[in-house]
Write a protein that binds this ligand. Structure first.
Ligand SMILES: [Cu+2]
Length: 145
């Protein structure tokens, strides 16, 4: 065995650990992207449009926030009519009480319908999960009664 090869073999375990670690990290990302609900609740938005509508608007200034700190809905089926009048791309996510639903990003002057069916009374969070936006303040309360 020449010296070069034995040196390479010495680093093999470290390389394997790195590969396994990055696969594990990728798997975590996939779970999030795959929109599996925590606790087996509602896992995704429906594209149906139902009677009860809640309007949610991103700050037109491009700030990382929704225009209301708090939104309210009645338990049952809800269509969130979400619009983005700003120049910043955002997305729409509802989280809490067994719900984890997350939309794709959408840009300037777009309005989208996102429906959750069978929403239970409780407190949820309306979040933009684009990296940095929640930390910047793009999270509001959703109270379902
Ligand atoms: Cu955002």
């Amino acid at each position: 065995m020449n010296r070069g090869l034995s040196r390479q073999l010495r680093f093999l375990p470290a390389a394997l650990i790195l590969i396994v670690l990055s696969a594990a990290i990728a798997a975590c990302g996939a779970t999030r992207g795959g929109r599996e609900a925590r606790g087996g609740g509602i896992a995704n938005f429906s594209t149906d449009v139902v009677e009860q509508k809640v309007e949610v608007v991103a700050a037109p200034t491009g700030e990382f926030k929704w225009t209301q700190p708090e939104y309210r809905a009645n338990a049952g089926d809800v269509t969130f009519v979400v619009s983005n009048p700003s120049f910043v791309n955002h997305n729409f996510s509802v989280q809490g009480s067994g719900v984890f639903a997350e939309s794709e990003e959408f840009g300037e002057n777009q309005t989208r319908n996102y429906t959750l069916k069978g929403l239970q009374p409780g407190e949820y969070r309306i979040v933009c999960t684009v990296p940095g936006h929640e930390e910047g303040g793009m999270v509001s309360k959703l109270i379902v009664t």
